[in-house]
Write a protein that binds this ligand. Structure first.
Ligand code: TEU
Ligand code: CA
Length: 573
């Protein structure tokens, strides 16, 4: 394909040359490309509609490439656009090698890869390899009978004395086993009943998957995000879901057979990751992935041993220690991703910031706090605008997880009010309301009726007004992205926590032996003296969310970033 080469040309030029050390390992901030990159996540359903059906689509994304280029991001992670019955908004795939008609066609996808490439933006696809849709032809065959050649593509068990094989539960509620009358067996599903788990122990399944991935690589995609990858090696007979005994064997084979043949970014979603496991996933030798999504910070504001719906206040000092741990324990021997938001999580400004009076200040503070760290930052659509959570009537929610939980908890005797508080705080639909482009009807997302209600605050919070405002949250993100490209210390610097005992201040330094970056944030509304003036003496203020810094006093959600010379070059790197 001629177009593809053109795409690669453009990307080739935008890439820094890798630097190698004596033993041939890539080194420092010049390599590999994804260590200096910022990635933008698009949830296609909710990004931009182009044909008035109320559902975002690929042509809609193409029409917004100028916006993404202006923001300065390097790659887009696209949530699934494959053919799918949309039981879980595309995370239930019925054909990996086709595009769902609601999003467009394969041609549209090729056009997106090409046009994004012309702007130096790579397209990272979402690979859902743990399960397929129950409407995937493999499953349609598999359920025909035990002798069917596709039967063993999935995980089947006989009942035990007429009962379920065991008491494992699915993530979206209910048992993890579903009776299939045609085979007289149960199939295993870790998510919805329409998402049967694939059997990775079957080499034929793995081979099919590698062929499919290679096919996408030939189309010029820039990488892959691997959905719930730590759950592929499940052992249902032992009650094991994630981190099964053969997990890393499978991942290494997958990587060898596919990713390692290209120059890709790969990121594995691993809810069960510890720093130790993350060092395997993101081993600098390239044997697994580029990096992981780990969620330790994300699970903090829920009751211990509870579910995500069991709300608890954020333990601030715990957040600090978790961040510090990940910053420290992967330095030089692994690579992390940096994120507050994604399509499964509530909006960070509503969650740990303040979506009322200090929405702008707190959104910027949270951005500065994260983007000063080591790792590859991910921005979830609308985060750069400070989009907020919603409080809808239950009928207005669309997410299968939210709706199943609502029903389940009502049955268990929770009050409606209690359940709705959990929904307001944690429902995945908080992140899935349409992108707020302008103050036009439906926020400029669609000329039809949006598949899920638009957040009513769009006249106040929208891209159109922020793009042209140098003091907007959008412009602040844009500066952060630019700084990461300008100063290698963002990618390379060693992390050092400051004011560790403070109950209000989150402060740290990064030092790469040449430069020192200092990030000081007041995480709360109450003004506080930070006691760090000595730290920034002689440094230059790079960025802040108040126009007029007042010495040691940190106002509500104030954030500052300073840059100076390395303190003690001998002690670093
Ligand atoms: O999410 C993984 C996952 O474990 C989620 O179920 C998560 O626990 C939940 O969303 C938190 O509320 C991935 C995808 O990101 C998600 O959108 C899919 O629904 C899920 O896998 C199944 O493919
Ligand atoms: Ca559409």
């Amino acid at each position: 394909m001629i177009e593809k080469n053109r795409t690669e040309d453009k990307i080739e030029k935008s890439k820094a040359e890798p630097e190698k050390n004596a033993s041939g390992e890539t080194l420092g901030s010049k390599a590999p490309w994804w260590k200096n990159s910022v990635i933008y996540q698009i949830y296609p359903r909710s990004f931009q509609d182009s044909n008035k059906d109320g559902i975002g689509d690929i042509q809609g994304i193409i029409s917004r490439l100028d916006y993404l280029e202006d923001l300065g991001i390097d790659a887009v992670w696209l949530s699934p656009v494959y053919r799918s019955p949309q039981d879980d908004n595309g995370y239930d795939i019925s054909d990996y090698q086709d595009i769902d008609p609601v999003f467009g066609t394969l041609k549209d996808m090729e056009e997106l890869i090409e046009k994004a490439g012309e702007r130096g933006i790579r397209i990272v696809m979402d690979l859902v390899l743990n399960h397929t849709s129950d409407e995937h032809p493999w499953f349609c065959e598999a359920k025909k009978g035990r002798e069917n050649p596709f039967h063993d593509y999935y995980v089947w068990r006989d009942g035990v004395e007429g009962e379920l094989p065991n008491d494992m539960r699915a993530c979206f509620g209910g048992p993890a086993w579903q009776w299939e009358p045609e085979t007289g067996q149960y199939y295993f599903h870790q998510f919805s009943v329409k998402q049967p788990d694939l059997n990775w122990d079957n080499p034929q399944v793995r081979r099919e998957i590698y062929n499919m991935i290679s096919w996408w690589m030939d189309k010029g995609v820039g990488g892959f995000r691997l959905d719930v990858i730590d759950q592929i090696a499940k052992e249902p007979d032992m009650g094991i879901t994630n981190n099964g005994p053969r997990l890393h064997e499978y991942i290494r084979e997958l990587s060898r057979e596919t990713f390692q043949k290209g120059d890709l970014i790969t990121v594995g979603e691993a809810w069960g990751a510890t720093p130790e496991l993350a060092r395997l996933y993101s081993n600098p030798d390239g044997s697994e992935f580029s990096m992981v999504f780990q969620f330790e910070h994300i699970g903090l504001d829920q009751e211990e041993d509870g579910e995500k719906w069991d709300l608890a206040p954020l333990p601030f000092k715990k957040l600090k220690s978790v961040m510090k741990k990940w910053q420290t324990e992967l330095h030089g021997c692994g690579w992390n991703s940096l994120f507050w938001d994604n399509h499964d999580l509530p909006r960070i400004v509503s969650r740990w910031g303040n979506d009322g009076e200090y929405r702008v200040e707190s959104a910027k503070m949270l951005a500065a706090l994260l983007h000063g760290m080591q790792g590859t930052p991910y921005i979830y659509q609308g985060e750069e605008l400070g989009m907020t959570n919603v409080r809808y009537e239950i009928e207005e929610y669309r997410d299968i997880e939210t709706l199943n939980m609502y029903r389940e908890r009502l049955e268990k005797g929770f009050s409606k009010k209690e359940i709705m508080e959990s929904v307001y705080a944690k429902s995945r639909d908080n992140a899935r309301t349409p992108m707020q482009w302008s103050k036009e009807d439906q926020a400029g997302f669609t000329e039809g009726t949006a598949w899920i209600k638009v957040n009513p605050n769009y006249p106040e919070i929208n891209a159109e007004s922020q793009v042209k405002d140098p003091r907007s949250i959008y412009s602040f993100y844009k500066q952060l992205i630019k700084l990461r490209k300008e100063y290698p210390v963002f990618a390379d610097g060693r992390f050092e926590m400051l004011a560790e005992e403070s109950e209000n201040i989150f402060a740290y330094a990064r030092d790469d032996g040449e430069c020192r970056l200092l990030v000081v944030c007041n995480f709360f509304e109450e003004p506080v003296k930070c006691g760090l003036a000595g730290e920034w003496e002689g440094m230059e203020l790079l960025l802040g969310n108040y126009p007029d810094p007042q010495g040691d006093l940190m106002r509500p959600y104030e954030a500052r970033m300073y840059l100076g010379k390395a303190r003690n070059s001998s002690g670093h790197i």
